[in-house]
Design a protein around this ligand. Structure first.
Ligand code: TYM
Length: 334
């Protein structure tokens, strides 16, 4: 609790450009929560280097991501938006928690298995201990709620296990966080392989809609979206391509699934794809406009980066000091 409010923590990696999967699955929900909770939203640049990055590119992407958080509607006065690498407590708590996490637990993580298969030339220790750093992110702020997409559920469960284990040894140190996974949009699928999730690092740019794609690109990608050939617009697991498009349209327009099915009853796939494309263009337009404005305002963004790193450090260090004491590190002499 901070000032009588429950706490939210979430983050995104600065690898690749955000997709509508990240937006509909996570970011969009964050905005709804800003009044009720004390919120911390991090750009997790330390997680990004588990895969090789070009330094200049990473710096640029991290800033772009932070700007996108604000452009999407997060008020930086209300939400603490900051870079993970600016708050050293993340790394420090991660080390401690690593000593309370089992190799067996980490080797069961599906994200590790997927990434290790994809980057077989660089299966580094950071990739393996990635979920420990994520647990540290969340537990540092004593977060009650963690709004994420479906793919982060397993990491959240591990975080809860680590926190529970630590608490059972040392008393009530950590708040046990709950995942917040929206009913709709928690798993937006690739437009090219609709049985796979949409990802910012997909090699095929046609598979994902990026938040900064221009309207023509958005429409073109939807037109090319892979579907079946049965030409009926029905929300069914047997029609993953159409199911995904219905879901994207429904969230983008605020309509229900059945309402969408009715609206497009008898309509062909070509027209439907066009309608989905237009809905997404409209959804992204205000965000893109705001992004272009913010990008120009260097001093404003710099001010947010500085102030919020200080705020995040304050709360993070409070937890870290408590944990250090519990495990038996000597007290600092002041
Ligand atoms: P990342 O950067 O892969 O994704 C950011 C957020 O977007 C969600 N997401 C999706 N939601 C719906 N459909 C999709 N296709 C889709 N793809 C991604 C993710 O679930 C996530 O909520 N490990 C995290 C970052 C992280 C974090 C944290 C999150 C680091 N520390 C602490 C929460 C709390 C990650 O790689 O997310």
């Amino acid at each position: 609790m901070i000032d009588g409010k429950k706490v939210i923590f979430s983050g995104m990696q600065a690898t690749g450009t955000l997709t509508i999967g990240n937006y509909l699955g996570a970011l969009k929900n964050w905005i709804k929560l800003e009044n009720e909770y004390e919120c911390f939203y991090c750009v997790v640049d330390m997680h990004s280097i588990t895969v090789r990055q070009d330094p200049a590119e990473l710096r640029k992407r991290a800033r772009s991501l932070l700007t996108l958080y604000i452009a999407a509607g997060l008020n930086p006065e209300k939400n603490c938006i900051y870079y993970q690498s600016h708050v050293s407590a993340h790394a420090e708590l991660s080390w401690i928690l690593g000593c309370y996490t089992y190799m067996g637990e980490l080797s069961r993580m599906t994200q590790f298995k997927d990434k290790a298969a994809k980057h077989s030339e660089n299966i580094n220790a950071g990739l393996f201990t990635y979920p420990v750093l994520m647990a540290a992110d969340i537990l540092l702020f004593q977060a009650d709620l963690v709004p994420v997409g479906n793919d982060q559920k397993q990491h959240l469960e591990l975080t809860r296990d680590i926190a529970g284990r630590f608490n059972s040894i040392y008393g009530d140190v950590f708040t046990i966080p709950e995942p917040y996974i929206a009913k709709q949009g928690a798993r937006i699928m690739s437009l090219q392989e609709p049985t796979k999730k949409m990802s910012k690092t997909d090699e095929n740019p046609n598979a994902s809609i990026y938040l900064l794609d221009d309207p023509d690109t958005v429409i073109r990608k939807f037109k090319r979206a892979v579907t079946d050939s049965d030409n009926r617009i029905i929300y069914s697991d047997e029609k993953p391509g159409i199911k995904n498009l219905i879901e994207i349209y429904a969230i983008s327009t605020g309509k229900g699934i059945e309402e969408v099915e009715k609206e497009f009853d008898g309509v062909g796939y070509g027209d439907f794809k066009m309608a989905v494309g237009e809905a997404v263009v409209n959804l992204l337009k205000p965000l893109q406009e705001r992004y272009r404005e913010l990008e120009k305002d260097k001093a404003y963004i710099d001010g947010i980066i500085k102030a919020n790193a200080e705020k995040a450090s304050y709360y993070a260090n409070k937890t870290l000091r408590k944990v250090q004491k519990k495990v038996g590190f000597p007290e600092r002499i002041r």
